[in-house]
Design a binder for this molecule. Structure first.
Ligand code: FE
Length: 132
């Protein structure tokens, strides 16, 4: 009999690509300037690639120069969760999808107005739905 943890792992392995699994479930990071959305300027909604929950609106996306899609605010305050991340000898705040607990990226305090926040998100963790 498999443990619950093993079963959850199997479920995600079936649903996600290897790249998505690495980012969303193993807290990986894509290389900058390689993702499909860092330079996307179309209007629309960015959803969680794991569970489809709407996470960010293109209205809050900005060019951070980092090579990762960057937003100053999530679509609603309860769509994402923040968690303290002390890995790699840094003090950072991890950003997770509140519905599936998928790892999205990190949030920093050097963003633009009105929030001064910079949600630095992996393209792989997102699915973009263009406005028609
Ligand atoms: Fe999710």
């Amino acid at each position: 009999m498999k443990s619950t943890e093993e079963s959850i792992k199997d479920k995600w392995k079936k649903i996600l690509t290897d790249e998505q699994y690495y980012i969303l479930r193993q807290k990986g990071t894509e290389s900058p300037f390689t993702g499909k959305y860092w330079n996307n300027h179309k209007k629309g909604i960015y959803k969680c690639a794991g569970c489809g929950t709407p996470l960010f609106d293109s209205e809050t996306k900005f060019d951070s120069g980092t090579g990762w899609p960057s937003f100053y605010e999530p679509i609603t305050s309860d769509s994402i969760e923040n968690k303290s991340d002390l890995s790699y000898g840094m003090v950072r705040t991890e950003v997770l999808c509140s519905k599936c607990q998928g790892h999205l990226g990190h949030v920093f305090n050097d963003g633009p107005k009105p929030t001064n926040l910079r949600y630095c998100i992996n393209s792989v963790a997102l699915d973009f739905n263009a406005e028609d």
